[in-house]
Write a protein that binds this ligand. Structure first.
Ligand SMILES: [Zn+2]
Length: 443
């Protein structure tokens, strides 16, 4: 059950002790681990060794944490180009698990784990869940997909190791999810935030009020979501919504997570070293500045990742979190550099649209962005669902709502967009990551 806010290492979950380590100890550990992982990759991964050779670099040149900036980046294309096993640093006899991306855009990427990697991943999830105030006695429903995707099994092993009761629901089958949620007394739900929205909507149709169930925490990840979305979820359902971050290339979910203070996501820094770089030039940026998150795995054996370009845009937050953890935090990730839309020369991120929409009462967080090109000019239309009450209201109310949405979007985006109000339930619900953008522009 969720207990009092933890305030120090003394009363934290035993697995979380590392989160409260003294900063000097943490930095020393990071350096030792960085040197070890560079050494391992240099000896075992040909692509990494070639890139080090190109720069006339050897593992011995990494003498401080700042020296990490000398190392070459790794990109998603490197994983595709070496498909399937080209970046492995362990022989297959030591690999106990493979995961892979869905491969909807070309070849999938494959990631590997030794038993120790799986153990460390599990401990990372334990620390994340404990930071959300979960423990033995909690009943955790995992509604991430089980399978090649890292979400389901990653959350599963961590929740089980925490000592919680796990309901391995996997994705899909909304009605069954809601039945389990209710009948099993589920206290925490792990899924994407958009899938959770879908579930609460469906629950209401089934006559079930989520607020009357024991459910009190949602651990949401696998897609960017806004602070406005969190507030909407918490207000509608009385659950405390946590943002968990991870990516398969690094380990899966569990790279970082919010604590109960909700002041950004703590990175598990003894396991993953974060940097922020300028997405255009790759130059390192100081803490506090927005840029692209770059991660280095500090303990992974089967597939170490050195300076992996995540494409996620965030900043390392300065200052200490009130919870007492010493690990650095990143700001919520609202956008990816890949998500950026260029509309009539202006940069637009779907998360900005979400934030603008959720500021206006009477809308639901279900929306779609439709891009077309008319007479050579980009047109952006935002389709947004309105609440059933609003839809039954007089036509004048809808027109006024449309104007308010238009004004909110103009203000946030700085470009003129077309707003279309859609009936409740007319926008397709997602069982995983939501499809927000439909681009019908042809060049
Ligand atoms: Zn904290």
């Amino acid at each position: 059950m969720i207990t009092e806010l933890e305030t120090s290492a003394a009363n934290c979950h035993p697995a979380s002790a590392r989160d409260y380590a003294r900063v000097e100890e943490l930095r020393a550990l990071q350096l030792a681990r960085l040197q070890a992982v560079v050494d391992r990759s240099w000896n075992r991964v040909r692509l990494f060794r070639e890139r080090m050779d190109e720069r006339s670099l050897a593992p011995a040149d990494i003498r401080s944490l700042a020296d990490i900036a000398k190392l070459p980046f790794t990109q998603k294309s490197d994983l595709r180009d070496t498909y399937p096993f080209g970046l492995f640093a362990s022989p297959m006899k030591d690999v106990v698990r493979l995961h892979a991306s869905s491969g909807t855009t070309g070849k999938p990427i494959v990631v590997a784990y030794t038993q120790e990697d799986v153990n460390i991943w599990t401990s990372a999830i334990v620390r994340c869940l404990a930071g959300c105030g979960l423990d033995r006695g909690d009943v955790i429903q995992v509604a991430y997909g089980y399978g090649l995707f890292t979400g389901g099994l990653g959350a599963h092993y961590g929740a089980e190791s925490l000592g919680a009761t796990v309901v391995p629901a996997s994705g899909g089958h909304a009605d069954r999810q809601i039945m389990l949620l209710k009948d099993f007394g589920v206290t925490a739900m792990c899924c994407t935030p958009t899938y959770f929205l879908h579930l609460i909507e469906r629950a209401a149709e089934m006559g079930i009020d989520i607020r009357e169930l024991p459910l009190r925490a949602g651990i949401f990840g696998a897609e960017p979501w806004s602070e406005a979305m969190r507030q909407r979820i918490e207000k509608l359902n009385g659950v405390e919504a946590f943002d968990i971050y991870g990516l398969s290339e690094i380990i899966g979910p569990g790279v970082g997570c919010e604590c109960r203070r909700h002041q950004g996501l703590h990175i598990l820094e003894d396991l993953f070293f974060p940097e922020i770089v300028d997405p255009a030039t790759g130059a390192p940026l100081p803490d506090g500045e927005m840029g692209e998150l770059v991660l280095t795995t500090l303990s992974k054996q089967a597939m170490p990742m050195i300076r992996y370009r995540t494409r996620d845009i965030t900043a390392i937050l300065t200052g200490r979190c009130d919870c007492g953890r010493t690990t650095r935090r990143i700001a919520r990730i609202g956008r990816r550099s890949d998500d950026m839309l260029i509309i009539r020369g202006v940069n637009v991120f779907p998360s900005q649209v979400e934030t603008a929409l959720l500021e206006v009462e009477g809308t639901l967080p279900h929306y779609q962005i439709l891009l077309t090109r008319e007479h050579g000019l980009d047109q952006m239309e935002v389709r947004v669902e309105v609440t059933p009450q609003m839809f039954e209201d007089k036509i004048g109310a809808l027109q006024e709502l449309n104007q308010r949405l238009q004004a909110a979007l103009d203000h946030v985006l700085g470009i003129r967009v077309r707003v279309t109000l859609a009936e409740p339930h007319s926008i397709e619900r997602s069982e995983g990551k939501a499809k927000r953008v439909i681009d019908r522009r042809t060049s």
